[in-house]
Design a protein around this ligand. Structure first.
Ligand SMILES: Cc1cc2nc3c(=O)[nH]c(=O)nc-3n(C[C@H](O)[C@H](O)[C@H](O)COP(=O)(O)O)c2cc1C
Length: 399
């Protein structure tokens, strides 16, 4: 078995764990602790101090009584890892290939809109941090800068684009054209947010950033969107917001409509928000390339299952045919290991990097991502795993 180990893979990223050495060594030399905390809960607590109450509530909050947010975490905490010993884990290879994108580790940055509410450097800072580590940022349709600006900031880094599918056909086509021209390779269509979930934290403040024209930059910069306005947005901002609200999404869409997207996007398409194996099968039958098992971080439906709890059934149904990705509740390296063991090819991380952004802009995001990668590496090694292909349900305890 050890002969199969990637001892001499030049591309193998074996240095993620070295962030730990860097932190300890720096502490020894300077007498200082790291600039930012290393655990997800501590990062969130520190970020909260920096954010406005509205912004923190918007990011942290979820639907209704937030039972789904709790279920997401409970699904991870209920599962346990059973370490294996003496298996030569000296060199680890976390790299993988995902729908034509080469990743140093199975981690993507989940699409999160309106990032300027967390930090003025917003999406470009996140794009730079992600690109520096070779991880794809999935840029939200609801980004606070136009998709071209985020693309430029990501340089040579991999980029995927998340689509909130507008009602307006011309605006949809225009967004797809622009995303393609800006070098986004994979389209992630979000299925769970045709309507905004009932979110008491935001409702109690009557806070919705879009109404303040935050998070609609892709529309305000879009020729097809602007063509539908009688007056420019600068002259009549409310009319622009009303035009946006009227076309943001179309809850009447059905599986048959996917043929339109398939016809107008020549790269991979991934459906985000799938929670049922039958929906995953329909995605496959509609010619899609992947699914993200996600409940939108518990922001849409209160009382839903923990996303990790539905992952095995979806992976079991389509894992051989589609790229099965996962998100909702990932907070540390061990969580990533558990999701991979249950059939995910890669995970998306949402709120943790937003808190990193709020704390320290690009540097804060980079820190959060390096912590996650280091912790993943340092979860694999002591549990006896040197490569992702070794992970399966047998890695986890049975109770
Ligand atoms: C503040 C915020 C904004 C989000 N905006 C989007 C978005 O624009 N498009 C989208 O598909 N998902 C969006 N999501 C959902 C994330 O992509 C992802 O599914 C979720 O954050 C994963 O859960 P986690 O935060 O527990 O990691 C958003 C999530 C948050 C917290």
């Amino acid at each position: 078995m050890s002969q199969e180990r990637p001892r001499d893979l030049a591309h193998a990223q074996t240095a993620f764990a070295s962030y730990q050495d860097e932190i300890y060594l720096n502490g020894l030399l300077t007498g200082e602790p790291p600039r930012f905390p290393t655990g997800a809960a501590a990062v969130e607590a520190a970020a909260r101090e920096r954010m406005t109450a509205e912004a923190y509530g918007y990011v942290a909050g979820g639907a209704g009584g937030e039972a789904t947010i709790r279920a997401n975490r409970a699904a991870f905490e209920r599962r346990t890892i059973v370490p294996r010993m003496l298996r030569d884990v000296g060199v680890r290879d976390l790299s993988c290939s995902l729908l034509g994108t080469e990743l140093p580790a199975p981690v993507l940055l989940a699409p999160v809109g309106v990032l300027s509410i967390a930090h003025p450097d917003a999406e470009p800072a996140v794009a730079r941090a992600a690109a520096g580590l070779g991880l794809p940022m999935v840029l939200s349709t609801a980004s606070s800068v136009p998709l071209e600006a985020a693309a430029e900031a990501s340089g040579d880094g991999p980029r995927w684009f998340q689509l909130y599918w507008p009602k307006d056909r011309e605006v949809t086509l225009s967004l797809l054209r622009r995303a393609r021209a800006a070098g986004y390779t994979t389209l992630v269509l979000t299925l769970d947010t045709w309507l905004l979930g009932w979110r008491p934290r935001d409702l109690d403040r009557a806070y919705l950033p879009f109404l303040q024209r935050i998070g609609i930059a892709n529309y305000l910069s879009d020729p097809a969107f602007l063509a539908g306005l009688a007056t420019p947005p600068e002259e009549d901002p409310l009319a622009a917001v009303a035009h946006w609200a009227g076309m943001f999404a179309d809850p009447t869409k059905t599986w048959e409509d996917l043929a339109f997207l398939r016809a107008h996007w020549d790269g991979p398409i991934v459906l985000k928000g799938v929670q049922h194996p039958d929906d995953a099968r329909r995605a496959r039958d509609a010619g899609m390339d992947g699914v993200v098992v996600s409940n939108h971080g518990g922001r849409q439906v209160d009382g839903a299952a923990g996303s990790l709890d539905v992952l095995p059934s979806v992976a079991g149904a389509v894992g051989d045919d589609l790229a099965v990705l996962f998100d909702s509740g990932v907070r540390g390296g061990a969580d990533i290991l558990k999701a991979l063991a249950l059939g995910a090819r890669a995970v998306l991380v949402g709120r943790p990097y937003v808190y990193g952004l709020a704390l320290g802009g690009e540097e804060g995001v980079r820190h959060v991502l390096r912590c996650l990668l280091a912790e993943l590496d340092l979860s694999l090694a002591p549990t006896g795993h040197a490569r992702l292909s070794e992970l399966g349900p047998g890695v986890l305890g049975t109770d």
